[in-house]
Design a protein around this ligand. Structure first.
Ligand SMILES: *Cc1c(COP(=O)(O)O)cnc(C)c1O
Length: 494
């Protein structure tokens, strides 16, 4: 049976491959499957499968217009030796929780889980839809997406990628990773603004019909590698299914036993994937949404009111420094009874006054979720205490989740087995991580810190970090927020 993707703001449905190519629907909505398919392989069977095999079983239910051969090829090209472990997403137990390590790919953050496959899905989708234009991937990043997307798309034929990041809003390692990116088809720009400015600028270009026409006249079309693309969301469902099957396999839980999942959240993509996994029938109980001091989602889950009118806080977990969580729209659409008009009204309120309020009936449907946040002190304390007690070192984003999980247990007494999505390697945020463990580390330079981290954590320095030690800077572009379109055109030569 073929699954159709509808825009959250109404209109005709499209196939999975068309939704991946478009990224965002023409009316500004996000594509959602017209129904969430049920998992049709028993967990006992999934428990004996490799990551790649589980990926096929999950993704085939969503990408129904891809042939078995096409999909398996995409999967095998993505989840290969770019990952430093055959398990792809291993689980590590520490202090009462299972950390699902999603950072073993080429850029050591969880974005690799989806962005190593997206270019393959997209070029396959282009062929299926007889697209001859060159695909221009337009991306706004809070730090990790940009690098992971460029690593995925670099030198992929028929594609170009342009990345905008907040010049002063990413970690030194994140910036160095981006500006050293190889590949003739890659272009990186630091903007004088924050992540929301970058994301808003990118969305504006996507929605600009005149610009789309101008691009088409020159043989280009935009697509998106941001987590609004359904081709990002679907591969992220896989690791929740895989992790559950691994817990069963390792006899940590009984088949059918409910677990909780904690996700450090920014754009709401990762936790939405867990929600989809739950709706497919995976025995997940609570979806625990962890925010940093930009706690717009915590306020939303507790009050039913979403309000972005507040100060944007730069924290030690920059990939979660977000006030407009784009993927939340998919949840809003669902709890609005899949009513595109109701959803559109709320979204235009958000882009107008910067806030909206859901109805009590909608709020009732959020019972699967629990939201809380951790401030900077709590986040650092989490890293410090977990290391002191167990020797396990986590990054700042994962620490936000760990700290929120502690609050959740304290508040509810819920002792179900719990998976914490571990979204970045501590090496990516070495300074924040090391100074949380001991403030005297702050005196060391970045690479000395990395060597010290390797010693205390007893984990080899990842290849991604080794590489940037000596890599030459290949990109040195900056622009103002209102010059983003001109920058894109300039690079494309139109
Ligand atoms: C992107 C990112 C997040 C937030 O994920 P969303 O899907 O945007 O909610 C959390 N941690 C890290 C390290 C990330 O790169």
């Amino acid at each position: 049976m073929s699954l159709i993707y509808k825009s959250t703001r109404g209109g005709e449905g499209v196939t999975a491959s068309a939704a991946i190519l478009k990224g965002l629907a023409e009316n500004g909505g996000l594509f959602v499957p017209s129904q969430i398919p049920a998992l049709d392989v028993p967990v006992e069977k999934l428990a004996s499968m490799t990551y790649q095999e589980v990926a096929y079983e999950v993704m085939k239910l969503y990408l129904t217009d891809f042939t078995e051969e096409e999909l398996k090829k995409c999967i095998n090209n993505a989840y290969d030796s770019k990952f430093d472990t055959e398990e792809i997403a291993p689980l590590a137990y520490a202090d009462g929780a299972y950390y699902l390590e999603l950072f073993h790919g080429s850029t050591i953050a969880f974005k690799d889980m989806a962005l190593s496959i997206l270019p393959h899905l997209m070029t396959t989708a282009a062929k299926k839809n007889n697209v001859s234009n060159e695909i221009v991937i337009l991306t706004a990043t809070s730090g990790d997406t940009g690098k992971a997307a460029m690593a995925g798309f670099a030198d992929v034929e028929g594609t170009r990628i342009i990345v905008f990041y907040p010049k002063d809003g990413v970690s030194p390692v994140q910036e160095k990773q981006m500006v050293t990116q190889k590949g003739k088809n890659t272009f990186v720009v630091g903007i004088h603004g924050n992540f929301d400015d970058a994301q808003t600028g990118v969305k504006k270009m996507f929605n600009d019909k005149a610009l789309a026409k101008e691009l088409a006249d020159h043989g280009f079309q935009f697509s998106s590698a941001n987590s609004i693309n359904i081709g990002r969301l679907v591969p992220q469902i896989v690791y929740y299914v895989y992790a559950y099957a691994m817990l069963v396999k390792n006899e940590e839980i009984k088949n059918g036993e409910k677990i909780n999942v904690v996700v450090p959240t920014g754009n709401f993509g990762n936790i939405l994937a867990a929600y989809y996994a739950k709706n497919m029938g995976l025995p997940i109980d609570r979806l625990i949404c962890a925010s940093n001091e930009n706690k717009v989602l915590y306020d939303f889950f507790t009050t039913g009111s979403y309000d972005r009118n507040r100060d944007f806080v730069l924290t030690s977990s920059p990939s979660m420094d977000i006030l407009i969580s784009s993927n939340l729209e998919r949840l809003i659409y669902k709890i609005a009874g899949e009513d595109p008009e109701a959803n559109s009204a709320l979204m235009s309120a958000l882009s107008g006054s910067g806030k909206y309020e859901i109805t009590p009936q909608m709020k009732e449907k959020l019972a699967d979720f629990y939201g809380n946040f951790a401030d900077e002190t709590e986040t650092a304390g989490m890293i410090h205490d977990l290391y002191t007690e167990t020797g396990y070192v986590i990054d700042t984003h994962t620490a936000v989740a760990g700290a929120v999980y502690k609050k959740y247990v304290k508040e509810t007494g819920d002792d179900k087995k719990t998976i914490i999505a571990s979204t970045a390697s501590p090496y990516k945020f070495a300074r924040s991580v090391m100074t949380a463990i001991d403030s005297r580390y702050d005196a060391m330079d970045d690479f000395a810190l990395i060597d010290e981290l390797s010693k205390i954590a007893n984990v080899a320095v990842p290849k991604a970090v080794e590489e940037i030690r000596t890599a030459p800077v290949l990109h040195n572009n900056q622009c103002d927020v209102d010059a983003m379109e001109a920058t894109v055109k300039g690079w494309l030569g139109i």
